[in-house]
Write a protein that binds this ligand. Structure first.
Ligand SMILES: [Zn+2]
Length: 107
């Protein structure tokens, strides 16, 4: 009862797959992450880290509201949605390279 087991020589094949480091993927900020106030972000264009520069612009909601007021006969005040910040879209851009990184729409 002598187990005569020859030593098994296992040859390991070492495979070193040198995979290149994946490129840094930037989180694409969609409209939901941007609000009406400046928020922290990392610019994918110039690498700036900080708060976004926000500016308001007349969006579809303001135009639609103005049109509705105009149709309803409120000609004297149909322009009000066009100047109210609450009815405007907020555009977030990089203060360093001026690239627009996101837009917060009212609707
Ligand atoms: Zn930038």
């Amino acid at each position: 009862m002598d187990p005569n087991q020859p030593p098994q020589q296992v040859q390991y094949q070492q495979q070193q797959v040198v995979s290149p480091q994946p490129a840094v993927t930037y989180v694409v900020n969609n409209q939901n992450t941007f609000g009406t106030t400046p928020c922290n972000f990392t610019c994918a264009n110039c690498g700036y880290q900080g708060q976004t520069y926000t500016s308001t612009e007349i969006g579809a909601f303001a135009l639609l509201l103005a049109l509705v007021l105009f149709v309803l006969g409120f000609w004297c005040c149909c322009w009000i949605p066009l100047i109210l910040d609450g009815c405007k879209d907020t555009s977030h851009s990089c203060p360093q390279c001026k690239r627009v990184v996101g837009t917060k729409t009212v609707m």
